[in-house]
Design a protein around this ligand. Structure first.
Ligand code: GLU
Length: 309
């Protein structure tokens, strides 16, 4: 069983760690360059007190694109499927996460899915709340409910560093505003988005969020339904089709687990009706995925036969 085989997990993380040398930490957000290229950590959460960990598990990191799954859940709960998917599509793009090309060539020019930056910005603009602070507080409260840890906050340095350099994301916003996809003040939307991306946690927190999504949105301990069943299903589907950037197809074949990565090097994976996995390995491959994290998931999937296909 994946949940009680610490020895295998230790061996796998040691083997996967060798791949960090072939990757590189993200540098387009200056604060992310400070990460340690060689580090790798993992937590496997199976509900209750059952959590196995290996590697530098005390390290924390920012969610970056993994937050897109969480905001999508929140806006689907706020507004329902019909409204949300009238403003953002459901199709993979095959393009890099920050590409603008499909916004221009696709009619209508709504973003193709919520996992690329354009789609995620449109999703963030739908978070309900009277003020920007209300919206951020609702998002943080949701993260507290998912992880059971009330002290989780965003990292101010990382948020500021991204806000100051996010001109590509600004362009996506202005393009979408011109085409009526969003109506927000762009600077305010970017402020919220960069704080959302800078929400900081450790692997265990990430594995817990992955576990709730894996288990139909339910905290199996308290039986609390934190995310409605149907929305948890939608999240897992997007994780499979678009979760690993433009490597999602290959990842589905090699690993076959719903997962979402972020440029900080985090990966959240959700085995349907099974464990949640949180990984942190900031050395990225050329698509923006944690290079050693992907290897680790590949080994776990092969060893425990975890592919859903
Ligand atoms: N905050 C990052 C950005 O918008 C998230 C990208 C990612 O993790 O893929 O560029």
């Amino acid at each position: 069983m994946i949940c009680n085989d610490q020895g295998t997990l230790n061996e796998m993380i040691e083997a996967a760690k060798n791949y960090t040398q072939f990757g590189k930490v993200a540098d387009y957000i200056p604060a992310l360059q400070l990460a340690n290229n060689d580090t790798l950590s993992v937590a496997v959460y199976g509900g209750g007190k059952s959590c196995m960990k290996a590697g530098n598990i005390e390290e924390t990191f920012t969610l970056q694109s993994i937050s897109k799954v969480i905001t999508l859940a929140l806006v689907l709960m706020d507004h329902g499927e019909e409204y949300v998917f009238s403003r953002v599509g459901m199709e993979p793009t095959g393009d890099p996460f920050n590409s603008i090309i499909k916004l221009e060539t696709h009619t209508p020019s709504k973003p193709l899915n919520p996992m690329i930056n354009a789609g995620a910005l449109a999703v963030t603009s739908m978070i309900s709340g009277r003020t920007a602070r209300d919206k951020l507080d609702r998002l943080l409260q949701f993260v507290h409910d998912l992880t059971g840890r009330k002290t989780i906050n965003f990292n101010e340095n990382v948020a500021k560093s991204e806000f100051e350099t996010a001109d590509l994301n600004r362009s996506l916003c202005y393009f979408m505003k011109q085409h009526g996809v969003i109506h927000d003040n762009v600077e305010e939307l970017l402020d919220l988005y960069t704080k959302q991306c800078a929400i900081e946690m450790n692997c265990e927190d990430l594995a817990k969020m992955g576990y709730i999504i894996a288990n139909e949105g339910q905290d199996t301990e308290t039986k609390q339904q934190i995310i409605p069943h149907d929305i948890a299903r939608i999240l897992k589907t997007f994780m499979i089709t678009c979760g690993m950037y433009n490597a999602s197809g290959e990842f589905a074949i090699r690993v076959g687990i719903p997962a979402k990565s972020g440029v900080s090097g985090g990966i959240m994976a959700s085995i349907p009706h099974g464990v949640g996995i949180g990984i942190y390995g900031p050395a990225l491959d050329d698509k923006g995925n944690s290079i050693a994290g992907m290897k680790l998931l590949e080994s776990l999937s092969a060893h425990y036969d975890l592919s859903i296909f």
